[in-house]
Design a protein around this ligand. Structure first.
Ligand SMILES: [Zn+2]
Length: 370
């Protein structure tokens, strides 16, 4: 879920995939080491305190190594299916694989999502088999048993059917496949993630009755909060993506009137009213567009000064990137606007003729409207 690289430590590349560790990992490794001491001594009472801490820390490291195997499952499967992988990050509650999934098919999404939990469950199963062959009063016996159990928990937890978990991605892909509607898949899986968050919050009470351990409640609260925020974020992104088809330059562009740069502002505004348009494009003597007039900038000129200021002075010169084709839409339109941020863009037709002006705030409104 973390996308910024600012405070992450790079571990270099493993199997060609960049690996990062978030500093929060050290905090959790420390907590596991402290909390784990009692469990270690419970199983292996012959150990000293120092030895118990060391084994507890070793468990924390091996636990994250198995989380890394889980993430590597996602990453290598994605790469194999032709989806570019930006990297794997280990953070305090597990890991995250960043995959560029701009135009995946539901089938590919399903396979990539399932690969991680499948590896965790396989590690857990192998661990249990190995445990049967090892003396359970030994350090390796304890570690293998704990890691097997942890991997089974990680595997089972991650296939729970709600976003942002792997199981949520699988549910999303399945609904998408069945209905042919990607957006519906996202909504169903995100809502299901919110329900899961609620259930996790109730879990301590279901397990321990009316008076559960405070630590269990804190953990459940933390996991529930992360699930809830992940699910809600997935829902918001899904809704935004569903609105992208509305972003059609042809319908969003305002009609514009051409004006010469030496025209007084008051006269330019009169012509706009006369032509019943809300935008003005400054053109040179050959009729070629050279600038766009910002509505707010013109409105800020006091009424009595408008006859004395030319429209060319209050216009913004056209820069590269401020001219958009009439048929740019959706994602491509947002991308073009991000590359060249401006309050207005000139829209031209296939022949390069002025069609109108696209105002950035109109695009924002189209995205925000329900
Ligand atoms: Zn996963």
């Amino acid at each position: 879920m973390a996308t910024g690289r600012g405070r992450q430590l790079s571990l270099g590349r493993i199997a060609g995939i960049p690996v990062y560790v978030s500093p929060t990992w050290f905090l959790v490794a420390g907590l596991i080491t402290i909390w784990g001491r009692d469990s270690v001594l419970g199983y292996l009472p012959q150990l000293s305190d120092g030895e118990a801490y060391a084994i507890s820390f070793l468990f924390a490291v091996l636990l994250y190594a198995s989380v890394f195997v889980h993430e590597l499952g996602h990453a290598l499967t994605a790469r194999r299916l032709g989806l570019p992988v930006r990297g794997v990050t280990l953070h305090f509650l597990g890991g995250h694989t960043e995959i560029e999934r701009d135009a995946p098919t539901p089938g590919r999404d399903l396979v990539v999502s399932a690969a991680g939990p499948l590896l965790s469950l396989a590690l857990g199963g192998l661990g249990l088999l190995a445990y049967l062959a090892i003396d359970d009063d030994s350090v390796p016996g304890f570690l293998v048993y704990m890691l097997a159990a942890a991997n089974l928990v990680v595997g089972v937890f991650n296939v729970l059917p709600g976003l942002p978990l792997d199981g949520g991605h699988m549910l999303r892909a399945a609904v998408w496949r069945v209905t042919g509607d990607e957006h519906r898949g996202t909504v169903v899986a995100a809502r299901s993630g919110q329900v899961l968050a609620g259930l996790v919050l109730l879990l301590p009470f279901a397990l321990d009755g009316a008076r559960p351990d405070v630590l269990t409640i804190v953990w459940a609260g933390l996991v529930a909060a992360l699930l809830w925020s992940g699910a809600s974020q997935a829902l918001a992104v899904g809704r935004m993506r569903a609105r992208l088809p509305r972003l059609d330059t042809r319908t969003l562009a305002r009609r514009a009137a051409p004006v010469a740069p030496d025209l007084p502002v008051s006269e330019a505004l009169r012509r706009a009213r006369e032509a019943d348009v809300t935008s003005l494009v400054v053109v040179d003597s050959a009729g070629r567009p050279t600038g766009l007039v910002n509505e707010a900038a013109v409105a800020a000129i006091p009424e009595q000064r408008r006859p004395w200021v030319t429209i060319g002075d209050s216009a913004k010169s056209l820069r590269q990137g401020m001219v958009l084709d009439l048929d740019v839409r959706g994602d491509a339109l947002l991308k073009a606007m991000r590359e060249t941020p401006a309050s207005e863009y000139l829209v031209v037709d296939a022949q390069g003729r002025v069609y109108g002006v696209l105002v950035s705030s109109d695009v924002d409104h189209a995205l925000a409207a329900r």
